[in-house]
Design a protein. Structure first.
Length: 348
């Protein structure tokens, strides 16, 4: 009938709901595709390496966002899951001679199963105690890996093979960029669809009120286990990609502070949303890179240690400011801007 709008629920919850959004997404992806070419022409290939590491970090943070941002389970051991994924790929490719394309999913699955061992006691706890359990697992995992001869002890493992596609071996930063871009976009799409799914809504309900979730018939312990399982899959994938990209894996590559900064990225971006996780990673990583460029340029005489301390200090201050004045993160600012844009010029 005229004057009435037909409401389609499937279209209403779609990831991309309008032609304008489709155009925006296509243009944005197009810019990401041509970006390394521009950087190559301008002689800024170090930025391509920076973007490659950012993609890997983003995949890991997407996993933590499922555990902490969506399900509300504070994990301080997320770096351990990244480490297990990296060592898993290294052992399967170097020791067993597997293809990396087979080693990546197997390593991620084994890591996720190990994570369940940690998650089973953790899901019986809440808040601070969950964080303590996951932190303890991080140090236990590091100690075991350093003690094993198979994992190379404190020296780690080197010579991890690069992935190959149709006979082409991915070796250069330029080639890695496109591979990591594709994998990251797929992970973002998976994360968005988890948020829109029934399981994702159960995660959010548990995060907001466990008692209410149980009253609604949600099996809280099982849903928490699923959150840890899925989150560790993302983390292990990031670790496996990092191991092949570097290509070396050592325990000192995965620190407790990595887990803290992962949490900080979620806080700054806005927990519980994929877009918030992306914004948080981009924000903190850009701060790090800008400070690195300033230090390397010689504008401000800083030693490498001074640069690290200043970066960490700014990280900490930024997180404190967001927690104090913008607890919902950058995503809430973006949402307000969109609402005000739609209302303009009729008020804000």
């Amino acid at each position: 009938m005229r004057g009435r709008r037909r409401i389609d629920y499937a279209a209403d919850i779609a990831v991309i709901r309008s032609g304008r959004q489709w155009i925006t997404v296509v243009v944005f992806i197009g810019l990401l595709v041509i970006l390394p070419m521009i950087l190559n022409v301008t002689g800024n290939m170090n930025w391509v390496s920076f973007l490659n590491h950012t993609f890997i970090i983003l995949i890991a943070v997407l996993g933590l966002n499922i555990v902490t941002g969506m399900a509300g389970q504070i994990s301080l051991g997320h770096s351990a899951f990244v480490m297990l994924g990296g060592y898993g790929v290294a052992l399967l490719t170097i020791k067993a001679g597997w293809s990396i394309w087979l080693a990546l999913p197997v390593s991620a699955l084994v890591t996720a199963l190990i994570t369940l061992v940690v998650a089973i006691p953790a899901i019986r706890l809440k808040g601070f105690y969950v964080a303590v359990v996951t932190l303890a697992f991080f140090y236990i995992a590091q100690y075991i890996i350093r003690s094993l001869e198979t994992t190379g002890g404190i020296h780690g493992l080197t010579g991890i093979p690069s992935p190959a596609i149709a006979g082409l071996t991915i070796k250069t930063d330029f080639q890695w960029y496109f591979l990591l871009l594709i994998i990251t976009l797929v992970c973002i799409l998976v994360s968005v669809n988890i948020t829109r799914s029934r399981l994702g809504r159960a995660f959010l309900t548990i995060r907001d009120n466990e008692t209410a979730a149980a009253a609604l018939g949600i099996r809280v312990p099982m849903v928490k286990l699923r959150a840890f399982f899925i989150g560790s899959l993302f983390a292990a994938l990031a670790g496996g990609l990092l191991a092949s990209y570097v290509p070396v894996v050592r325990t000192d590559q995965f620190t407790f502070w990595d887990s803290i900064w992962y949490l900080g990225m979620i806080v700054i971006g806005g927990g519980g949303t994929t877009a918030g996780a992306v914004m948080g990673v981009a924000f903190l990583r850009l701060i790090s890179q800008i400070l690195h460029v300033i230090g390397a340029s010689g504008w401000i005489p800083l030693s490498s240690n001074d640069s690290v301390y200043i970066t960490y200090t700014i990280y900490g201050l930024t997180i404190i400011l967001f927690v104090s004045f913008q607890p919902r993160g950058l995503i809430s600012i973006w949402q307000k801007l969109k609402v005000n844009y739609k209302r303009w010029p009729f008020g804000v």
